[in-house]
Ligand binder design. Structure first.
Ligand SMILES: [Ca+2]
Ligand SMILES: [Ca+2]
Ligand SMILES: [Ca+2]
Length: 354
């Protein structure tokens, strides 16, 4: 199966399905998907990132695990962009009966639970570790969804918001934190294909008061906890959905972040990069002594580095520390070279010393 890597590393994380790890595709900064319901900007995502029906299990209704593509067929791709704390989703689904006429929770649903910092543990008030606090609305405001978030996304949403955020932070479903767009041309009760494109912002802490919220910092190669379930309603009059197809294979993934599965935030695929890209960062070690530490952050196989510090001095160290004799605004340039090419990166006046 290409849609997952078998990695021992995931075992220690305390997540469900410890033998699998799914991948979050890194979009290059100049190819961020546009949330318009058009999947064209996902064409660069390799099929190995797609997570299909074969990964889902029905764990509630007892209809069994036999997949029937006519009844329900879904494929999900997840992406991220380095420097943006957002997760992008492309949800493509085929259903024999799209159920979305009602104005309540009875609706075909794509339910997504995200734990951006692997805090783990219960996230809904009904599962609060202290049983005495479970049925209290105070618990809702203090606890429900604050350290990991649950979205009930309506597929499609007509006459209602695109999602119900199950918790005390409904503000996370709006811009700048989230947005969604759909494409479909079926009516309620019909079959057909739905394309849903959206992004959300995972939060380490998301209380009712957004000024106190802390988005999760998404970092390359880090693992986050995530799972989803497709709640397939196929009968307007039935009280319950016909299937609860979930990725974690454990129903309680909806309320316990320890029942999510591992997703790794992948680097940019090699074929989307140049063989050699120059980049660097710096830190002022001492402003009074004008000492600056430079750090090479270039990409590719590199065998030589040359720094021009902008004060008529140079260095061939990879991570040099340099002392400037005089104050000034400097143009610092790093030249890198390797068997597959060369590149340079200048920063103009970023290094300014008094
Ligand atoms: Ca798009
Ligand atoms: Ca169905
Ligand atoms: Ca349905």
């Amino acid at each position: 199966m290409h849609s997952m890597c078998l990695l021992i590393a995931a075992v220690g994380l305390g997540l469900e399905r410890p033998d699998v790890e799914f991948q979050v595709f890194q979009f290059p900064a100049d190819q961020i998907p546009r949330i318009d319901g058009d999947s064209v900007d996902w064409a660069i995502v390799p099929d190995s990132y797609a997570i299909g029906m074969e990964q889902l299990r029905e764990t509630v209704t007892g209809i069994g695990d036999k997949h029937d593509a006519k009844n329900l067929d879904v494929s999900v791709k997840v992406g991220w962009v380095k420097g943006l704390n957002q997760l992008y989703f492309l949800y493509e689904a085929q259903d024999d009966y799209w159920d979305f006429a009602r104005g309540d929770l009875h609706n075909d649903i794509f339910e997504v639970v995200i734990d951006g910092d692997l805090s783990g543990g219960p996230l809904i008030r009904q599962m609060h570790p202290n049983e005495k606090l479970r049925d209290k609305l105070d618990t809702h405001f203090l606890f429900h969804g604050v350290h990991a978030q649950n979205y009930h996304i309506f597929t499609p949403a007509e006459g209602k918001d695109w999602t119900m955020v199950w918790g005390a932070q409904p503000w996370i479903k709006d811009l700048p934190y989230a947005n969604a767009a759909y494409k479909y041309n079926f009516k309620h009760g019909e079959s057909g294909k739905l394309v849903l494109e959206f992004f959300v912002t995972p939060f380490d802490y998301a209380p009712p008061d957004k000024s106190r919220a802390l988005p999760s910092k998404l970092l390359e190669d880090k693992v986050i906890g995530m799972s989803w379930a497709v709640l397939d309603y196929d009968d307007e009059k039935a009280e319950r959905y016909a299937g609860f197809w979930n990725l974690s294979h454990k129903t309680t993934m909806y309320g316990d972040a320890s029942d999510l599965v591992a997703f790794r935030l992948m680097p940019i695929e090699k074929h989307l990069r140049k063989p050699v890209e120059a980049d660097w960062s710096f830190q002022i070690v001492s402003q009074t002594d004008r000492v600056v530490a430079f750090r090479d952050r270039s990409y590719g196989k590199i065998t030589s580095w040359r720094w021009d510090f902008g004060d008529d001095t140079t260095s061939s160290e990879r991570h040099p520390t340099h002392r400037y004799e005089d104050p000034g605004e400097f143009i610092v340039t790093l030249y890198v070279e390797g068997p597959e090419g060369k590149a340079r990166r200048a920063k103009i006046w970023d290094v300014t010393l008094p």
